[in-house]
Design a protein around this ligand. Structure first.
Ligand SMILES: Nc1ncnc2c1ncn2[C@@H]1O[C@H](COP(=O)(O)OP(=O)(O)OP(=O)(O)O)[C@@H](O)[C@H]1O
Ligand SMILES: [Mg+2]
Length: 246
């Protein structure tokens, strides 16, 4: 479904990504992990078109999307959430979701009442329990992350890139969110690449893990293989911030 071919990204003299190659099959649920600054968000920015790679190619369903604009990439079925939520601040929560619905599926929507029903549907799906006139500024940090996910899902993606959607969640919120992700993956059939510092949740739910360190891919495998990989343990699990800095 998605093929990254030798992706590199330089910011001036800094090599944020160096020769990253891996593939994602349709229907997979993949975790992307690595210490702070290892290049996870940069890779999402490149896949979703916010940043252009210095070199390398991205192929999505057989089509080269390396040079496409972000809106075209989203239209083709790749949605992402931002690590720092980016709602339209002048719009209500419902309007934010409706905008995403219209962007993703606008042609099929017949009227305003259907749009509002869809907004309710996505709010319920992600556990965002606020009324329709609520403004983003009124949301808690946790609810802002839920809105971020609702907007991404409302574009009806085939591939969802999630950048730390559970930061700041308490253990109960994490287990609820993990169940929701399972539903998104299994029932809605959405392929997911998930970046998360909440290790236990990620390792319990993903089928495969890709590990970055200093912009390089250092390991790839099942959660149990990755948990025993010496280089990963050293790079990642050995650092005390991993479990605490969620
Ligand atoms: N727009 C930019 N301009 C310059 N440097 C950048 C830019 N974006 C990222 N970087 C640098 O690239 C490196 C990778 O950053 P990135 O945000 O991708 O890491 P990350 O793995 O997402 O980290 P975290 O876990 O903290 O979110 C870091 O050294 C960062 O400072
Ligand atoms: Mg990041």
């Amino acid at each position: 479904m998605l093929e990254l071919k030798n992706i590199s990204k330089n910011f001036g003299g800094l090599k944020a990504l160096h020769g990253i190659s891996f593939s994602i099959q349709q229907g997979e649920f993949v975790g992307l992990i690595g210490p702070n600054g290892s290049g996870k968000t940069t890779l999402f920015n490149i896949i979703s078109g916010q940043l252009k790679a210095t070199s390398g190619r991205i192929v999505y369903n057989g089509k080269d999307i390396t040079a496409l604009r972000p809106d075209r990439i989203c239209k083709s079925g790749i949605a992402r959430t931002f690590q720092i939520p980016r709602p339209f601040k002048g719009m209500t929560v419902d309007e934010n979701i409706v905008t995403a619905v219209l962007f993703g599926d606008g042609d099929d929507v017949t009227g305003e009442s259907e749009l509002l029903r869809k907004a309710e549907y996505y709010k319920e799906l992600v556990g965002l329990d606020v009324n329709s006139a609520t403004m983003p500024v009124e949301l808690t940090a946790v609810d802002l992350r839920r809105l971020e996910l609702a907007r991404a899902l409302a574009t009806q993606p085939k591939l969802l890139l999630m950048d730390e959607c559970m930061s700041g969640f308490n253990p109960e919120e994490i287990s609820r969110a993990a169940l929701m992700l399972k539903k998104i993956h299994e029932d809605m059939g959405i392929t997911i690449i998930w970046v998360e510092h909440v290790m236990a949740a990620l390792m319990n739910h993903v089928q495969r893990v890709v590990v970055l360190e200093y912009g390089e891919l250092i390991a790839e495998g099942t959660p149990s293989e990755i948990a025993q990989d010496e280089r990963v343990v050293e790079a990642y699990f050995g650092e005390k911030h991993v479990l605490g800095d969620a």
